[in-house]
Design a protein around this ligand. Structure first.
Ligand code: GAL
Length: 378
């Protein structure tokens, strides 16, 4: 018996019915409940995303430990695999933080929202994540890159970036480049709208915090990230190998203060779910649509339907990924985190089916649900 199984057994002795069992085969999603992996241990993959590769789903996320210290990276990125999305096999640590105190990804750094995409041309698995340097709060605002030949890793660290140094976005205006008004202006959002942060970071590269990746049907990859002091979303097109930036990028939802972006494509349109910026505390979700990734994004409002409390807190969750449902064209699954910052390892997962109303993505609470509840596109 391995140590995880032993721990699970010990927990069941102490906590009785509340403990997880490794023996159960799951066939239902239970948003917010403990979610046992194949060892009976609650899945540890927060702020995560899912890659489908050769019929297997890989769920990558932040490995958290107990207590508040678990909000910093003490271990790295955990990966699980599944063929049915209910039952997840623990595949270990895909990317490990460094023991070298001089490394920029040393143990204790901030390593958040890891996502992995597969590059068909190079046959590499490419991981990007939000990196903050140890002891420096959220000031670095870097995005970091790690690569592996295998989905379960180990991923090798490559570099971290402030994206697109010295390159203006495709939708920059003359006013953005040449401020007409004296700086600084009142407030973060006004600063964003006036292009202050864009200009400030032009020479050093743009900020990159909460992030996700998206691969379009033609194989073009994008890093979608919260920038400009979290006031504006930046969408950076990646190079063909996904290991860098092509130099084409756009600002989206300028001054709207979005975090936790998750992007998906349906019926030729691009959709983004996101949150507001209240740290670990949940807030009302947002949604937006565009005709192209680097085009104009239009707000679609809060996707949540339900009680005022549910609408105000996105069912006590924050978006992290949207997963195309297996075998159901046009059907998608919302993945969110219910953070537990005082005991980070106890964070829960809120997965809900995405419904549609008048071209808008909609979320409704379910205590439990199954993939068979998902509807294909009309
Ligand atoms: C949230 C963000 C999380 C984490 C947290 C820290 O807004 O989405 O990924 O950075 O803030 O307070």
């Amino acid at each position: 018996m391995n140590s995880a199984r032993l721990l699970s057994l010990a927990l069941s002795v102490v906590f009785g019915a509340a403990a997880l069992s490794a023996a159960d085969v799951l066939d239902t999603f239970k948003p917010g409940a403990l979610w046992p992996d194949d060892q009976g241990v609650h899945i540890n993959a927060h702020g995560g995303g899912i890659l489908l590769h050769e019929g297997v789903y890989y769920w990558y996320g932040e490995h958290k430990i107990g207590g508040e210290i678990g909000n910093t990276a003490q271990v790295g990125v955990h990966v699980y695999s599944s063929t049915d999305l209910y039952n997840w096999k623990d595949r270990g640590i895909a990317f490990r933080v460094s023991d070298d105190p001089n490394s920029e990804y040393t143990k204790g750094c901030g390593l958040e929202r890891p996502k992995v995409i597969y590059n068909e041309k190079t046959r590499k698995f490419v991981m990007w994540f939000h990196l903050e340097f140890k002891g420096r709060g959220f000031t670095a605002a870097h995005t970091a890159l790690a690569v592996s030949d295998r989905p379960e890793g180990p991923f090798a660290y490559m570099a971290s970036f402030r994206p697109n140094k010295g390159i203006w976005p495709v939708n920059v205006t003359e006013a953005d480049k040449n401020p007409q008004l004296p700086e600084p202006h009142a407030g973060r959002l006004a600063n964003a709208v006036l292009g202050q942060y864009l200009r400030r970071d032009y020479e050093v590269g743009q900020m990159s915090r909460d992030m996700t990746l998206f691969v379009d049907d033609d194989g073009t990859g994008y890093l979608i990230t919260s920038a400009e002091e979290n006031a504006t979303i930046h969408i950076h097109q990646l190079t063909d190998d996904y290991l860098g930036f092509s130099g084409k990028w756009a600002r989206a939802l300028v001054g709207d203060s979005n975090e936790a972006p998750a992007v998906f494509k349906r019926g030729g349109k691009y959709y983004m779910l996101s949150s507001g910026t209240t740290g670990w505390r949940p807030n009302p979700g947002r949604s937006a649509v565009a005709d192209s990734m680097l085009g104009t994004w239009t707000r679609l409002g809060n996707p949540c339907r339900g009680t005022p409390e549910q609408i105000a807190t996105t069912f006590e969750s924050q978006s992290t990924h949207v997963l195309p449902a297996p075998g159901k064209p046009g059907a998608f699954i919302y993945m969110g985190d219910r953070w537990r910052p005082s005991d980070a390892i106890d964070g829960r997962y809120i997965w809900l089916p995405i419904e549609w109303d008048n071209g808008k993505p909609i979320l409704r609470w379910r205590d439990s649900w199954k993939l068979s509840d998902l509807k294909t596109a009309p």
